[in-house]
Ligand binder design. Sequence first.
Ligand code: BES
Ligand code: MN
Ligand code: ZN
Length: 496
Amino acid sequence: MLDIAFARSALPKSGALVLLAEEEGGTDAIRAAADNAIGNAISRALEAAEFKPRPGKSCTILAPGAGLSRIVVVGIGKRSDLTPRVAEEVGAAAAAALSREPTASVAAAGLSAELAAAFAAGAALRSYRFDRYRTTEKPEDRPRLAKLTLLSADHAAAREAWTVMRAVVEGVHLARDLVSEPPNVLNPAEMAERCRALSSLGLKVEVLGPREMGKLGFGALMGVAQGSSNEPRMVVMHWHGSSGGGKGKRARTVKPLAFVGKGVTFDTGGISIKPAAGMEDMKFDMAGAGTVIGLMAALAGRGAKVDAVGLVGLVENMPSGTAQRPGDVVKTYSGQTVEVINTDAEGRLVLADVLWYCQEKFDPRFMIDLATLTGAMVISLGHDYAGFFSNDDELAQRLHAVGEATGEKVWRMPMGEAYDKQIKSDIADMKNVGGRPGGAITAAQFLLRFVNDKPWAHLDIAGTAWASKDDAVVPKGATGFGVRLLDRLVAEHYES
Ligand code: BES
Ligand code: MN
Ligand code: ZN
């Protein structure tokens, strides 16, 4: 991760310098000093470029003199509109403009501690790159930005705000790493090992294998897994952060928040096999689980004052002589039976067992599941909003609000009996597909049958888990969508 430091405000003598320019605002002391040192080259360049300081717009002056390698002026828009979300985007734009510079200083005197931390988070999020499998890339072709120093009078408070934000950014990066890993490396067992490693953050991690899940009666999850020689896993991560963390003497029994993720480490479709074109994308079919893991790391990393559990169902969906067939009937952990019409509608089968286990075992305050569940969701909302479904208006309203605040936007989709009818089966309690109309909705109706009246929300992140181009705080590739959203939900509404 990008190294972020904070220091007292002073004109740097080398490296790159970032200046923030506001609409309808004056200049700060560092900008004035820098401009003065280089014969007003900044003012002249901005004028020549007809620069308008809209948020995230930047103007670069190369080799300006005074020992500096470049000056990047980034617009922040109107001061009164400068929210943490905008500050993140400004930080991201600065990082993008600095990719050729190993070190840079940011004249951040005008930013509150909260906004400075947000700026840092945006820069760190945008600088993410998954390059562990590039062995022949020349060092000079690599992005170079390694260290960003924010200069402000309030640097101690900004540093403190950043230590909290940093844990969240680390969670996002962990989710992105998991989603980026190729499917031959990240199979269910490997993914479970990556979860186990999080015990160093104070998470309690439990891993169940095929024998345990078979014994429990996870017929739906095991049916999906049976075609692959890579064994399934379910991982339960516990975070006990309420009542003052480890110091609390009384072991208060607080109902935890619960997060559940679909972790199909590769989805071929199974016997209902997918077309070859684009099938490689289905390595990201574990993004729901990746987000849950990243979120749990974020909550633990920042010491969230809350009790939470994260559960992920990890399987590989393969066609083989042992694979399940269209027409098979499986018995879920809940006891309900499912006719498997299409083996490619596997995510809901995995989630059915994990959701039921979750509510039975933990009696949580709410359950939120995340899944790259349906192509229909991508058709409905595209790549900007994730669709979500809920049986609880308060939870839905909160999710929508934190979506707007974080920029991880979510849009509520309808549910209802008419849709539920689409998954009636002639032979079992339900079937696993409801036809093409409302495909994302009938998938949600399927999940609802395993929720048992708990407040619940289902986020279908099929369209938002992967980005095909760079955008603001999200570089092309795995997005880590949902970590910041749910971290904010917890922070704003559920921490004691
Ligand atoms: N993992 C896919 C959904 C998906 C598709 C995610 C494209 C991201 C991009 C899921 O398991 C799936 O195959 N769903 C089927 C369901 C259908 C068979 C009812 C789909 O959406 O086509
Ligand atoms: Mn599928
Ligand atoms: Zn899938």
